[in-house]
Ligand binder design. Structure first.
Ligand SMILES: NC(=O)c1ccc[n+]([C@@H]2O[C@H](COP(=O)([O-])OP(=O)(O)OC[C@H]3O[C@@H](n4cnc5c(N)ncnc54)[C@H](OP(=O)(O)O)[C@@H]3O)[C@@H](O)[C@H]2O)c1
Length: 424
């Protein structure tokens, strides 16, 4: 877990204390801020080297605009041996982060007073790209100037700085010698969505093996194809020689819909259709396959469901007998209703996938998957999705940050909201 500690009212002894001990919160730092240069990172620092930090926090679950506020605190320059002080470069706003604030996500937030909030609170955000400012004497995998990504959710990333305990285990480091080809926004979005797409494409149906046997790319179908996960699946599928049917929501005008279809095709999608087109063509089993897939003999054995409700049923009906649907999102907030015939006569099976759980079971494999995605990004083989950057400076108002978060679930956006940290 990330921790940060408020400036004490008296100067601290320069001894390594336990993380939570001996520190007292201050509500707001009054001292003038100085810009300092340390390890290549710009950050605000007060007297005695205390880093001045801000974090979005919430102390009860609810709508982001109602419960999020900005908390200012300071972080001691005396690091415990296994901790790292980080400065945030970029942090995305994922639907799961908002659901966590709302209290509707699978993992519930933990509330604590570690950063000196008046009430126990939690810092939202599951992904980020940080720059390492300094490390404790026992940290072996990170050095100042490296970048670092959360190795698991729960760190709390919507903050200007973080002091992270057990830094070697909690962070995936990117050494400063290996930053070429990466941007903070790309790295910040590498640890969840691409990895989720990767696992779902590889761990249910062996599409690569099927492709080898057939001598041509095996098919998969997905809805929410314009989401971060969807775009990742398109690109990974293309890299692995697979063919994809991608379902998107139509835009306001036919031109805008055509432009979105073209964008996903350029990314590597084989076929892009709208939800309406899926409903028209996909409802009777096999019609979609026969109409759209050039080789009518190829089975369609994997469906990735981001949406739920009727769009998910439309997807299931397109599957070949014995096919598998993997549900990983519920953007329509509608239940998945499956007619018994699809299970009995068509032998379809339905699964749920949660990357957080998968990563908890096998943290080493999670790390390997993240590193594989970063390698693809470095070499330009995997492109990050479009982003709507939200600059976060020391002066950025609470309301601006709240609005950015609240707007994220509205959909039809030009890109994922990403906090990009400036002079903080
Ligand atoms: N299970 C896991 O391990 C896991 C991991 C990562 C993500 N997820 C889930 O995957 C989903 C997508 O996440 P993301 O970060 O990839 O999303 P994202 O990049 O923020 O994009 C959200 C997508 O949802 C679509 N959408 C929004 N409201 C919709 C609705 N009512 N009906 C249909 N589509 C709708 C949007 O479609 P438009 O483009 O048309 O606006 C957009 O493509 C979320 O539910 C998230 O929680 C799950």
């Amino acid at each position: 877990m990330a921790a940060a500690f408020a400036r004490p009212t008296r100067l601290p002894m320069r001894t390594a204390t336990s993380l939570a001990a001996a520190w007292r919160p201050v509500a707001r730092v009054q001292i003038p801020m100085l810009q300092q240069q340390m390890g290549g990172a710009r950050f605000k620092s007060g007297p005695y080297g205390y880093t001045q930090a801000k974090a979005l926090v919430f102390s009860k679950m609810g709508e982001p605009a109602d419960v999020l506020s900005v908390h200012t605190h300071s972080i001691s320059p005396t690091l415990p041996p296994n901790a790292a002080l980080l400065r945030t470069l970029a942090a995305p706003i994922n639907p799961a982060d908002i659901n966590t604030v709302q209290g509707t996500y699978g993992a519930k937030p933990t509330f604590s007073s570690l950063i000196g909030t008046a009430e126990p609170s939690s810092v939202p955000g599951s992904e980020a790209c940080f720059e390492v400012v300094s490390v404790g004497s026992g940290v072996t995998t990170l050095k100042p100037g490296d970048w670092a990504l959360p190795a698991a959710p729960g760190l709390g990333t919507w903050r200007t700085h973080a002091l992270v305990e057990e830094a070697d285990a909690s962070l995936v480091g990117i050494s400063k010698e290996k930053l070429e080809g990466l941007t903070p926004a790309a790295a910040a979005t590498s640890t969840v969505n691409p990895c989720t797409a990767w696992r779902m494409l590889r761990d249910y149906v062996d599409l690569v093996e099927l492709s080898v046997k057939a001598g041509q790319g095996a098919w998969f179908i997905q809805n929410g194809a314009n989401s971060g996960v969807g775009r990742a699946a398109i690109q990974l599928g293309k890299l692995w020689g697979l063919r994809s049917i991608n379902v998107v929501r139509a835009r306001d005008t036919p031109e805008a819909t055509a432009a979105l279809k073209q964008e996903l095709t350029d990314l590597g999608a084989t076929i892009v259709i709208t939800e309406e087109e899926l409903q028209e063509r996909g409802f009777s089993s096999g019609r979609l396959r026969n109409e759209l897939m050039a080789d009518k003999e190829s089975p369609l054995l994997l469906a990735l469901n981001c949406v739920g409700g009727r769009p998910a049923l439309g997807l299931a009906k397109c599957l070949s007998d014995g096919g598998q649907m993997v549900t990983y999102g519920a953007m329509a907030k509608q239940p998945l209703t499956i007619p018994a015939g699809l299970l009995i006569f068509r032998d379809l099976s339905f699964h749920g996938f949660w990357f957080s759980r998968w990563g908890k079971v096998d943290p080493a494999a999670r790390r390997t998957t993240v590193e594989a995605v970063l390698d693809l990004m470095r070499t330009g083989k995997f492109l990050p999705g479009p982003a709507e950057e939200i600059p976060w400076t020391w002066e950025t108002e609470t309301e601006t940050l709240q609005k950015a978060v609240a707007g994220t679930l509205e959909g039809y956006r030009s890109g994922k909201g990403i906090f990009v940290f400036k002079e903080t």
